[in-house]
Design a protein around this ligand. Structure first.
Ligand SMILES: [Fe+2]
Length: 160
């Protein structure tokens, strides 16, 4: 831990740094999964999905930055290299051999839902720790992830 004039108790900061780094690993994993979908999707809905997945990526990149910088603000070190996050991510491996829009929509919506679930738990944990600012970050991320899950998952509805 680095010294800081931030007035939050050290115990709280220590807990929140750990929590931010845990979800940072998931967020970076999610970001690469989103790009994987953006690059490899094929089929009749190609351009819509290709562009949608890139918009998801843009927002997830923002969540990555929020989490990494919060860990450092609290006196910690952001653990954000690919090799470090690969060992700690709680997300399932993204399938590498899928191509169709439906397969990527299914895989990416599963990843968004899994990330959404652990972020919602982080809302509760940061609330219990009485760190309103970390809590606010998790609420913002959760709201965004729920929106993107809706936008991706809507493609799974049967066509009329
Ligand atoms: Fe691109």
């Amino acid at each position: 831990m680095y010294a800081t004039k931030n007035d939050l108790p050290e115990k709280t900061r220590r807990e929140m740094i750990e929590l931010c780094n845990a979800r940072l690993a998931d967020a970076i994993d999610l970001q690469t999964q989103t790009k994987q979908a953006h690059w490899n999707v094929k089929g009749p809905h190609f351009i819509a999905l290709h562009e949608l997945f890139d918009k998801v990526n843009d927002d997830v990149e923002g969540y990555v930055d929020l989490l990494a910088e919060r860990a450092v603000q609290l006196g910690g070190t952001a653990l954000g290299t690919v090799r470090s996050v690969a060992q700690r991510s709680t997300l399932a491996e993204y399938p590498l051999k899928i191509a169709s829009g439906r397969q990527h929509v299914d895989a990416l919506s599963s990843a968004l839902a899994a990330f959404g679930k652990v972020v919602r738990a982080a809302i509760a944990d940061s609330d219990r720790a009485v760190d309103d600012d970390t809590n606010d970050i998790f609420v913002e991320i959760s709201r965004g992830v729920d929106k993107w899950l809706w936008m991706v998952e809507a493609h799974l509805a049967p066509e009329a």
